[in-house]
Design a protein around this ligand. Structure first.
Ligand code: TXE
Length: 474
């Protein structure tokens, strides 16, 4: 399958005529070719987006809403096909893609299609002499760059609010998972989204991605990806004074007090540790358990892990699929070796599965302190550590002991303690007795090296619009 860029409503070959291989993680085989785009392709996309912006920004919210709802319907009508495509391209299980990725993509379009119908702005009567009102206007062409772990979910999380609020966009999905972005472009045409409103340019980050972040006619960048790349994106965008939203890495604590519902904590922690092979920035990769419950939790947790089925992501019974690439598998396996060198014990897992593709057994590591690299650095794979704590203050100190601050999970039946500890942990999202329970109206984003800015709900609509104050003398 050879896919092309989607520019001005047309599917067009890259200016370079060069293509990049796209691999299937479950087999290691090439399943598609995608454009190796460069600044020429990005420039063409930005021109198409600028041209479309003139009428799109003047389209009524009701008309924009109608078109986005049609796109949401088409995503839902093609859910099975999109789930299988997503699973094949990313290595995630088809059951996860069907339950999480694709329904959330539809929900993103549906949410922002209706949110724009209820947005209000402020007005102030200034003494008796003037009226001050806030005018929110779209920015122009939004640059949207997304990662490989939740491809359609996170691409739609950016495209939906950007175009719902009257912008047009140039989006670059990860070169590792281009296929559902391409399918979305086809559905956008079918939905009647006008040409040039959504443009998709495929290719490498350092080439096509950087051409977007440095383009003079792209006033806003919404980026999701690794912290190191996020710093590079910020450096590119800063001299051009672009609006910037960075959703970056995480090293999230999962704090379990002895009074928690331990069975529920074990069951949910299996998900928060190994869903999508641990390749979700919100995964709770550092588990901290109150000492009196530590031995029991480790025993139950390790027993539950041994029951997980690892293998073909297209098989309905599979729990853990393939990692995204050989390079990523080597990186994750390297951290398991490092854990041993740092004095840790691998309680279970960590071995490569002997079959084609990139499969690694989910691993649990005990015996490491918070200052070890394995508890400091994002691994972004099926590897978690479990560490005991003695006091609430120690649990908070452990949770806050990294450079990240994306999310945290907290298990306790003590109501006051739940709210007290949630307020003390440095994270953009704190889940209490649950994980990944999402409400699209809430602000989403990280602290510290997990990111800058908030998206989600009206925060996203505010990010993709500029607030202008108009003061009129009465
Ligand atoms: O990121 P990369 P990946 C994080 C997760 C992990 C990473 C995995 O924690 O660290 O993302 O995704 C493009 N200029 N999150 O490996 O390499 C690249 O082509 C412009 C956090 O894909 O950073 C890809 O499209 N673009 C998140 C995208 O950036 C560049 C949730 C991301 O690539 C570029 C999900 C450059 N110089 C994953 N270099 C959250 N916080 O919500 C690369 N790219």
């Amino acid at each position: 399958m050879k896919i092309t860029n989607f520019i001005g409503g047309e599917f067009v070959a890259p200016a370079s005529s060069a293509y990049i291989d796209d691999y299937e993680p479950a087999t290691g085989k090439v399943i598609a070719e995608i454009p190796d785009s460069d600044a020429r392709d990005v420039d063409a996309a930005v021109s198409a987006a600028r041209k479309a912006f003139i009428s799109w920004s003047r389209t009524s919210a009701a008309d924009r809403s109608e078109l986005l709802l049609r796109l949401a319907d088409l995503v839902e009508q093609n859910l099975e096909e999109l789930a299988r495509l997503e699973s094949r391209d990313s290595g995630k299980t088809v059951t996860l893609a069907r339950r999480l990725d694709i329904p959330r993509a539809a929900a993103n379009f549906r949410f922002f299609a209706t949110a724009i119908l209820h947005q209000s702005t402020e007005a102030h009567t200034t003494d008796a002499g003037a009226l001050n009102y806030t005018l929110r206007q779209p920015l122009g062409v939004a640059g949207l760059i997304s990662p490989w772990n939740l491809p359609l979910y996170l691409l739609s999380w950016k495209i939906a609010p950007a175009i719902a609020s009257g912008n047009t966009c140039v989006a670059k999905p990860s070169e590792l998972t281009p296929l559902t972005a391409n399918r979305l472009a086809e559905l956008a045409v079918k939905a009647g989204i006008p040409p040039g409103v959504i443009n998709i340019v495929h290719g490498y980050g350092a080439k096509a991605g950087e051409a977007i972040t440095t383009h003079p006619h792209v006033p806003a960048i919404s980026f999701t990806g690794g912290t190191v790349t996020g710093a590079r994106v910020a450096a590119s965008a800063a001299p051009l004074f672009k609006k910037l939203s960075l959703e970056l890495g995480g090293k999230n604590p999962n704090v379990i007090f002895a009074d928690a519902d331990l069975e529920q904590a074990v069951t949910t922690s299996i998900q928060s540790s190994f869903a999508n092979q641990g390749e979700i920035c919100l995964c709770g990769s550092r588990i901290f358990v109150e000492r009196s419950a530590y031995a029991s939790f480790v025993e139950k947790f390790v027993t539950a892990i041994k029951r997980l089925r690892i293998g073909d992501p297209s098989d309905e019974s599979t729990d853990v699929g393939a990692l995204i690439s050989e390079a990523h598998l080597q990186k994750v396996a390297g951290y398991i070796d490092l854990a041993r060198r740092e004095g840790g014990t691998v309680e279970t897992g960590g071995n490569r599965i002997n079959r084609p593709g990139w499969f690694l057994e989910p691993a649990v590591i005990t015996g490491l302190g918070c200052d070890c690299r394995v508890l400091q650095e994002e691994i972004f794979g099926p590897v978690v550590t479990i560490t005991p704590f003695d006091t609430e203050d120690e649990a908070i100190a452990f949770a806050n002991s990294t450079r990240y601050g994306l999310s945290a999970t907290l298990w306790t039946r003590d109501l006051q303690r739940a709210h007290r500890v949630a307020a003390a942990i440095d994270a953009g999202t704190v889940w209490i007795n649950c994980w990944m329970l999402r409400d699209l109206r809430v602000p989403f984003g990280g602290m510290r090296e997990s990111g800058v800015g908030r998206e989600g709900g009206f925060e996203s609509l505010n990010f993709f619009t500029e607030a202008k104050n108009v003061c009129v003398k009465l």
